[in-house]
Every structure is written in C-alpha cells, then in structure tokens.
Design a protein around this ligand. Structure first.
Ligand SMILES: [Zn+2]
Length: 106
C-alpha cells in the first residue's frame, strides 16, 4: 500500500472517531431523570462512556500525528529508532509511530 492509501484509511477513521466522540458528548448532555433510583447502573454507564471517550481521544491524537508524518514525508518511519515500520504492522495499526521492536520495548 502506498502513503495515499494510508492517508485515506486514517482520514476515514478520524471522521468515524469524531462522529463517535460527538455522540458520546451529546449523551452526556442529556438531562438526567431525578426520580431515577438506578444510580449504580447509571454511574457504570458513565464510566464506560468516559473510557470510550478517552480511548477515542488517544486514537485521534495518534491519527493526527500520523497525518502530520504523511505531510512531512516521514510516515512509516519509526519515530524512536528511525527504521522503517513493516507494512504488516502499518496495515494492522496505520497510525503507529513505532516499529515492532520499539513498541515492544515501551
Ligand atoms: Zn523503532
């Protein structure tokens, strides 16, 4: 796959994450029912939303950084050791900044 294909995958994923994050924020803003007795369930639902939001934001940051690397021509190069990241690894995780060896050493 060439860089253009990765850029398309990254941008599609970015759009999808933005949609998901905006939906999560909209859910947070919905008014609560004050007569709701089921507070424990409500709280654990909030925690799930929180985690999804955090993971989504982390992924978005990683995608932004990958798009920056595409823009300045360093996409596919490990940011830590400067070696090429294997195509298999990029196919699995297109926004990864690390080669397999560096990711394993983190
Ligand atoms: Zn590396």
């Amino acid at each position: 796959m060439n860089v253009d294909s990765y850029e398309k995958i990254l941008r599609d994923r970015q759009r999808e994450l933005y949609r998901r994050l905006h939906k999560i924020e909209a859910d947070f803003e919905e008014p609560r029912n004050p007569d709701d007795d089921d507070r424990a369930t409500e709280r654990s639902n909030d925690e799930v939303l929180d985690e999804m939001g955090q993971a989504g934001q982390d992924e978005l940051r990683a995608i932004d950084a990958a798009l920056d690397r595409i823009a300045n021509g360093t996409f596919g190069i490990c940011v830590k050791c400067g070696r090429e990241i294997s195509p298999e690894r990029l196919k699995a995780v297109p926004y990864t900044p690390f080669c397999r060896g560096c990711a394993a050493a983190l």
